[in-house]
Write a protein that binds this ligand. Structure first.
Ligand SMILES: Nc1ncnc2c1ncn2[C@@H]1O[C@H](COP(=O)(O)OP(=O)(O)O)[C@@H](O)[C@H]1O
Ligand SMILES: [Mg+2]
Length: 225
């Protein structure tokens, strides 16, 4: 396992994790809505760090269960971070042409024979995620989630995602419902996701949402529930 990850304190949150990897020479390699990625000094690995990612454990499970298909990234380590963040240490991947990515997602949607075993594994885990998570989206067919390993094969990444629009709209309009449905230790940094693809998300409105949730948490404590 990577020495930086091994040395990371058990209670590290996403900020401590990013700092530890950056201090060890890893460099910023990308940002999405939920997570950022850093690249290892030798270029061979990436670490995906999210402040708030309820689907991370399901993704890690998929990468492990489907490893033998070679259609998902090699996952070297997975860890939950304090406050509901998620860390995945995985092989370094590069983008593919959008047409290739769409074709790959098409094979999955059509349950093509070439990906049949992968699709069975995806279905099993996604069905459970839909049942267990208060907000879980459909499979993410964003073409940027199909990438290429150093060996040239195409893999699908980051297929599961929390239904961000519904979750964040509830967080803003009905924070009491949000705090009732997601325990505080699993959503402490909900307003810190990068939102690099769908953003920008101005600091003031992040702060307003954070305040609304804190007030809802305080009401829960007062009512003793
Ligand atoms: N293994 C990897 N190698 C290189 N870049 C990666 C890797 N995993 C993720 N990234 C990059 O990190 C960013 C966020 O990744 P992603 O897993 O798609 O999260 P999000 O949920 O934010 O879409 C994207 O810019 C993506 O290209
Ligand atoms: Mg993505």
């Amino acid at each position: 396992m990577d020495a930086t990850l091994a040395a990371l304190p058990a209670d590290a949150d996403h900020r401590a994790a990013e700092r530890a990897f950056t201090d060890a020479g890893w460099t910023r390699a990308g940002a999405g809505d939920w997570a950022i990625a850093l690249r290892a000094p030798d270029g061979s690995a990436a670490v995906r760090i999210s402040p708030f990612d309820p689907t991370g454990p399901y993704t890690a499970e998929l990468y492990r269960a489907a490893a033998h298909t070679r259609l998902v990234p090699d996952l070297f380590a997975h860890r939950r971070l304090t406050g509901g963040g998620d860390l995945q240490l995985m092989e370094w991947l590069t983008p593919v042409d959008e047409s290739d990515a769409r074709a790959f997602h098409g094979l999955i949607a059509d349950r093509d024979e070439a990906v049949a075993e992968l699709v069975d594994i995806i279905d099993g885990i996604h069905t459970r995620a839909l049942r267990e998570l208060p907000w879980c989206g459909p499979l993410d067919t964003n073409p940027s989630n199909v990438m290429r390993g150093a060996d040239g094969r195409m893999v699908v990444t980051d297929l599961f995602y929390a239904d961000g629009p519904a979750l964040y709209s509830t967080a803003g309009s009905d924070p009491d419902l949000l705090v009732a449905r997601i325990p505080e230790p699993e959503r402490r940094f909900l307003t810190e996701i990068p939102l690099a693809a769908s953003g920008p998300w101005p600091a003031e409105s992040r702060e307003e949402m954070r305040r609304g949730i804190a007030e809802a948490d305080a009401r829960t404590v007062q009512s003793g529930s």
